[in-house]
Write a protein that binds this ligand. Sequence first.
Ligand code: ZN
Length: 146
Amino acid sequence: MLENLYRTVVMEHAKHRKNVGILSGEDVHKVYYKNPTCGDVITLYIKVKEDAIRDVSFEGEGCSISMASSSMMTELIKNEDLEKVKSKRLAFEKLIREGKETQDQDLGEALALEGVHKLRARHNCALMAWQALDKVLENAYNYNFS
Ligand code: ZN
């Protein structure tokens, strides 16, 4: 399982989630996404203007890893321009899939999820929120990270 120090950060985010709620307004787009592996679900709300994420929130249910990762992601991308968000998104995927940190990319508390790399079955839990982000940016703004 996750190492103790990291586990505390993850549990804290899972319990006291940041940016939870519904956004409304003309400029807000949302997406519902489900992680079939574990049954975690998320509805992600996002507002993009002038190539930056102006606001973000989510509602979700699921395991601690998925909820902590969702909470951490909202903190990492809020008020960031899309190019920076793209770098973080790629760095986070590398952290989970390969267990490697990317130079010059500060993932903040999301680094606490590094241990998930060893838990292959949980990769989708950690990546769910970011995959939801891919989907809403592509559908609503025609923005593609790849
Ligand atoms: Zn899960």
